[in-house]
Design a binder for this molecule. Structure first.
Ligand code: IPM
Ligand code: MG
Length: 356
């Protein structure tokens, strides 16, 4: 199979981790006889410095022309003074919006060898953690009307949370379809006791649930969900929620599995074209120091193989290689614990390639 991939390393640790994920993809291509073609593009702060804008037309066009996108991370303190539409984050939001990648899948799994890195008490973690966070990615407050105006307390700024029926319907369908292949349990997270947009969200999710009688649906307020995630994470199977709630809850879900450096993501739309990236940020403090954990990005590459290319055996092989290396006791700093072997970004990538 011919796999054409647009690679957007971005900022901070982005280039460090993307390099390792690319090596893993090359190793997979070699092992399973695929042809892989990676084309690199500028995005985020790197693109601002070089070309004056976070998402240059060439990058967007290159992404559209590819079968799949691998992204590192964007952002850093040197671009913090820029206004909203000029910031590095625009690259990410622009790509998600322009390519209508509305379904963001963020699997939070507690790997057996990483139990030591799990910050929850052993009896709480004992039930295991295997949650698929399905985050709506192209609507809600991230993309709603915003602005400045004069208000009662002086200058006022506002951002709007709005959801349309068809928008909720398609993400609910994504969640139920995924649940069917898992434990058949969907928890829809909202704030329907306060927000009108959440009340619509809930009614649409209930309507979609009617088509999935074999899947159990539960509703949970977002504040309770944040609490339940650390009280008893084993109660969750598929968790579906809005753009902003999903942003927050997926960070929490990742941390209880040991480290935010472990959690991959897939952003999918109607077409086969998907974007794959770790859920963590650009960690500028450790950029270029061979310290970052490349596993979230490597597991994102595995999701690419599975979801964009339908290569399940290849994806399984990458995931198994990651497990094997963890089982053998190798750890980057973020997941290290007593008795394990500390390695850097490059070595972790190499070990995973060798396991493959
Ligand atoms: C994420 C990130 C982004 C988001 C930022 C960098 C814009 O936190 O992918 O979770 O909020 O979506
Ligand atoms: Mg986030």
């Amino acid at each position: 199979m011919q796999l054409s991939i647009a690679v957007l390393p971005g900022d901070g640790i982005g280039p460090d981790i993307v390099k390792e994920a690319q090596s893993v993809l090359e190793r997979v291509a070699e092992k399973f006889s695929h042809r892989i073609e990676c084309q690199q593009y500028d995005a985020g702060g790197a693109a601002i410095d070089k070309l004056g804008e976070p998402l240059p037309e060439k990058t967007l066009a290159g992404c559209r022309a590819s079968d799949s996108i691998l992204l590192g991370a964007v952002g850093g303190p040197q671009w913090d003074h820029l206004s909203g539409s000029d910031r590095p984050e625009r690259a990410l939001l622009g790509l998600r919006g322009a390519l209508e990648l509305y379904a963001n899948l963020r699997p939070a799994v507690l790997y057996e060898p990483l139990r030591e890195a799990c910050p929850l008490q052993a009896d709480i973690a004992a039930g295991g953690i295997d949650i698929m966070v399905v985050r709506e990615l192209t609507g809600g407050i991230y993309f709603g009307d915003r602005g400045r105006r004069q208000g009662r307390y002086g200058e006022e700024a506002y951002d709007t949370e709005a959801y349309g029926e068809a928008e909720v319907e398609r993400i609910a369908r994504t969640a139920f379809d995924i649940a069917r292949k898992r434990k058949k349990h969907v928890t829809s997270v909202d704030k329907a006791n306060v927000l009108e947009s959440s009340r619509l969200w809930r009614s649409v999710v209930v309507a979609v649930a009617g088509e999935y009688p074999d899947v159990t649906l539960e509703h949970m307020y977002v504040d309770n969900a944040a609490m339940q995630l650390v009280r008893d994470p084993s109660q969750f199977d598929v968790l579906v929620t809005t753009n902003m709630f999903g942003d927050i809850l997926s960070d929490e879900a990742s941390m209880i599995t040991g480290s935010i450096g472990m959690l991959p993501s897939a952003s999918l739309g109607k077409e086969r074209l998907g974007m794959y990236e770790p859920i963590h940020g650009s960690a500028p403090d450790i950029a270029g120091q061979d310290k970052a954990n490349p596993i979230a990005t490597i597991l994102s590459a595995a999701m690419m193989l599975r979801y964009s290319f339908g290569l399940a055996a290849e994806a399984d092989a990458v995931e198994a290689a990651v497990s094997e290396v963890l089982q053998a006791g190798y750890r980057t700093g973020d997941i290290a614990s007593a008795g394990t072997t500390l390695v850097g970004t490059r070595k972790m990538g190499q070990l995973i390639c060798e396991a493959l």
